[in-house]
Design a protein around this ligand. Sequence first.
Ligand SMILES: NC(=O)c1ccc[n+]([C@@H]2O[C@H](COP(=O)([O-])OP(=O)(O)OC[C@H]3O[C@@H](n4cnc5c(N)ncnc54)[C@H](OP(=O)(O)O)[C@@H]3O)[C@@H](O)[C@H]2O)c1
Length: 382
Amino acid sequence: MRILVLGGAGYMGRVAAYLLAKHGKAEVRVTSRSQDKAKKAADEVNKRIGSALVKPEAVDVESKDDLKRSMRNADVVVNCVGPYYKYGLNTIKAAIELGVRYTDICDELVAAKEIVKLDGDAKKAKTTILTSLGSSPGLSNIQVQYSAKRMDSVSDVHIAWTSSQTDPFGPSVMKHCLHCYSSPHQFIDGQLVQVAPFSGRQLVEFPPPVGKVDVVYFDHPEVLTIPMYVKGVKNVTVRGGIFPGDIHDLIESWVKAGASLMDDYDVDGTNVAAVDFLTSVAMKIMQGKKDLPAVAAQRIEIVGKVGGESVTHVHASVGTMASGTILPLFVATMMLGEGKIKDYGVLPPDAIDPDLFFEEFKKRRGAQYTQVGAMFDFRKTN
Ligand SMILES: NC(=O)c1ccc[n+]([C@@H]2O[C@H](COP(=O)([O-])OP(=O)(O)OC[C@H]3O[C@@H](n4cnc5c(N)ncnc54)[C@H](OP(=O)(O)O)[C@@H]3O)[C@@H](O)[C@H]2O)c1
């Protein structure tokens, strides 16, 4: 299988290239805007797996010609270029124009709202766009579907994610966080509504070694797609945050002082985007943190009814952001490449049969996990 990993020199992209080449035996091209960075990433992955399956390529996704040239020879395009509020939509449009199969880990509600509207175009082009196949969104939606299939009705879904400051992720993740903090939406009482930034604060108990973390409303696509697939659900909330909370507090104080996170500011005659400045500050603060475990976790609660009785399912997972995100992407990409997902159109993770997905998950080397009740432990990923 020939796979193009856009953003393959980033944190998530490198793990995707590794799993696809090592365990998927795929020929993988990894891209960056810089040929040198792409080569460094390809060399690193090849060295780790002792092969030459991974090749570098320079691609700027803002250039449609670049993008199409690169996508043309791929069986599946895997897009890890973020933040998705900026880059998500046009890359999918190019994939549809070429009729190439595509997966991503899009975690932006604003992008997801536009992406689902491309369903008809993807069907016409006889291609499949699997979007938002990370951890949250991604695994979270599939876990909700898994429980919904086992309930007569679902009333509430509450999703929470967290990641430590030492867990490796790139600047795109920080930009995404700033964007999601600034104008969160939630599905409350059957309506998608805008809520105040930093509202919905809750102390959530994540699996060890994480424990209790303060999380707030976050602008993720689950609040859009879960109600599309779980009919009758009343409330879908997503909360998130990086711990410890100093970065969170810094960003919150900025918003409370009335400064927009998404505006540009004039600094001695130079236009500086707050999102770029704050991302640099946050990344520097995080680099200074040493004695914290590099860990990420999720907790998902589904409330519904079975035979007239109220039931609650809880799914929890722990690992790193990269393992928790890229294992679902890897499994879904292999399923798509091997023809196990056949439907055309734009498919959010909710559209995938959860039982088939977890069966594939168990089978994949490199996608090792232990399932204790509904607890996924991604720390054993290799
Ligand atoms: N769904 C989920 O559960 C989930 C979980 C984690 C992360 N994510 C999302 O995944 C994304 C990637 O995370 P990460 O940690 O890998 O971030 P990262 O290390 O910053 O990587 C982002 C990549 O995007 C590339 N890029 C940026 N602009 C580009 C352009 N114009 N053309 C081509 N490439 C471009 C960068 O390439 P160069 O700088 O090398 O050109 C970089 O390799 C983030 O947006 C994050 O929000 C989703």
